[in-house]
Design a protein around this ligand. Structure first.
Ligand SMILES: Cc1cc2nc3c(=O)[nH]c(=O)nc-3n(C[C@H](O)[C@H](O)[C@H](O)COP(=O)(O)OP(=O)(O)OC[C@H]3O[C@@H](n4cnc5c(N)ncnc54)[C@H](O)[C@@H]3O)c2cc1C
Length: 459
């Protein structure tokens, strides 16, 4: 395939796309990142990331993967006002049962999504092997002459009818939740991958605030989780520029509003008044913006009977999650790092043929997050998707006791947050030592009182 062997294309300049470009630039001489949007030289909203006005917390595991691929990123983010929080120590975190103790479980980075998006791109742009092609919509894939793979993409400049072909030894689709990869593959004669989908119907509403100065505040963030008995929750996190982001999240009849007065009414109706107390005197800095369409969806490109060579799909384009668990960016970053490790030492000419393995590697990064998100969503009786079987129902019962134990036992709480933050697999909650701790707190009530008690102080 000549020159194209030394060139890779990444579709999408989001978190997954930029980090995948860095992973591929370790082996390919050139990587072109193609994005439909104008990529502005400063943090800004862009239509290709419609979810970016919403809260975007980045678990430490994801931050570490991003740091591995872009050394110095974390320091740079902190210098620009991002916050590295210890969870749940720095939070008032109300679980479906009660408050979690304020112990060190994992880390979480908070800043606006536009800042993170821009800084990732800005840093990757300094890599001479990576080129960003903006205002360029990918409209299809180009097959290899033998028809057993992909050797490029068709690109149309935004706002024009001009179309051209870019060729490459590997094409990685990181174009997010609205990816058209399935359509592109079927156009080339491949069967569509099977799709799993679970939708609890969550809606979001977010806005920026300025909080009054307070010497008394012993927390840095608040999170009030939803549960089937109270399907409305909220979060308040610090972001750059001395601002805070307040996000409401709810499902069923509890999808949150965006209107000014209704926003605070919703906050007032939560299980604890802490967030209302925090926002009561706060100054709104923006209107509230809504987001719907939060289903979990896994398109199983890794299990297609006939898989194209030279093409992989990662990030939300492959598997997306109900965002209330904050997993998407971390899984995208984990996939990019896993690809970097999987191609370590490989000659780029071999990567084209090895893409089915790389697809499996990428998909494997989603498995734990998927189990957690869909397992929890299936607690909501209105969740659309395959109904829970006996095993999932049993897991729900055990997990209710895990959360109840985590409310009173620091060690269990730590493990819960390591699993949430993906620094430990869900199986950590089933190790004999974890089970023993859960059993020793089996009598702790698993159902919450409608109104939570006062939150615990920081320890
Ligand atoms: C309401 C909400 C809240 C969320 N909160 C969190 C959170 O707290 N923590 C977390 O980790 N995750 C969160 N997520 C998930 C997170 O937004 C995604 O997982 C993450 O953005 C996925 O990154 P990506 O790079 O795969 O895709 P995206 O970030 O969606 O990037 C896709 C890119 O592809 C480009 N593109 C699309 N189509 C084309 C095309 N045909 N040609 C060229 N370019 C194209 C787009 O312009 C965009 O730049 C949230 C999601 C939602 C909806």
């Amino acid at each position: 395939m000549g020159d194209v062997d030394d060139h890779a294309i990444v579709i999408g300049a989001g978190v997954t796309g930029v980090l995948t470009a860095r992973a591929l630039a370790r082996r390919f001489a050139r990587v072109t990142v193609v994005d439909r949007d104008t990529l502005r030289p400063e943090p800004a909203f862009r239509p290709g990331l419609p979810q970016s006005p919403q809260i975007h917390a980045f678990w430490k595991r994801g931050v570490d993967c991003a740091e591995y691929l872009l050394p110095g990123l974390t320091r740079d983010l902190a210098d620009r006002g991002a916050h590295l929080l210890v969870v749940p120590r720095d939070f008032l975190w109300l679980s479906p049962v009660g408050w979690f103790p304020r112990v060190s479980g994992t880390g979480d980075l908070t800043c606006s999504r536009p800042l993170l998006d821009w800084l990732l791109r800005h840093r990757a742009d300094a890599d001479p092997r990576i080129e960003f092609l903006q205002d360029s919509l990918v409209t299809g894939l180009v097959a290899t002459p033998g028809g057993d793979g992909v050797q490029g993409v068709r690109v149309r400049t935004t706002g024009s009818d001009d179309s051209r072909v870019l060729t490459a030894g590997l094409v990685a689709d990181a174009s997010g939740r609205r990816s058209e990869a399935t359509k592109w593959l079927t156009e080339l004669g491949y069967a569509a991958p099977s799709v799993e989908r679970y939708d609890a119907g969550f809606g979001y509403s977010s806005r920026y605030y300025k909080l009054p100065d307070s010497a008394e505040r012993d927390w840095k963030a608040i999170y009030i989780q939803t549960s089937p008995s109270m399907p409305r929750g909220a979060a308040l996190v610090p972001v750059e520029g001395g601002r805070w982001m307040a996000t409401l999240m709810g499902c069923g009849d509890h999808v949150p509003p965006t209107k000014d007065d209704q926003f605070l009414d919703y906050v007032r109706s939560l299980r604890s008044p802490v967030l209302y107390e925090a926002l009561r005197e706060a100054e709104p800095l923006s209107d509230a913006q809504a987001f719907r369409n939060t289903a979990n969806e896994w398109r199983h490109y890794e299990s297609m009977d006939r898989r194209p060579r030279g093409f992989i799909v990662l990030g939300d384009a492959l598997c997306r999650f109900n965002p209330v668990y904050g997993q998407g960016m971390t899984v995208g970053a984990m996939s990019a790092k896993a690809i970097a490790d999987a191609i370590d030492g490989m000659d780029p000419t071999r990567i084209h043929d090895d893409s089915p393995r790389l697809q499996r590697v990428a998909a494997a990064q989603s498995a734990d997050a998927w189990a957690l998100a869909t397992g929890e969503d299936l607690r909501f009786p209105w969740t659309r998707g395959r109904p829970p079987g006996a095993k999932v129902k049993l897991l729900h019962q055990y997990m209710s006791h895990v959360v109840a134990a985590g409310n009173v036992d620091a060690s269990t709480c730590r493990t819960i947050f390591q699993v949430f933050g993906m620094t430990a697999p869900p199986t950590a909650l089933f190790k004999p030592s974890s089970v023993a701790r859960v059993l020793s707190h089996w009598r702790t009530p698993t159902t919450p009182s409608p109104q939570a008690a006062a939150p615990p102080p920081r320890v």
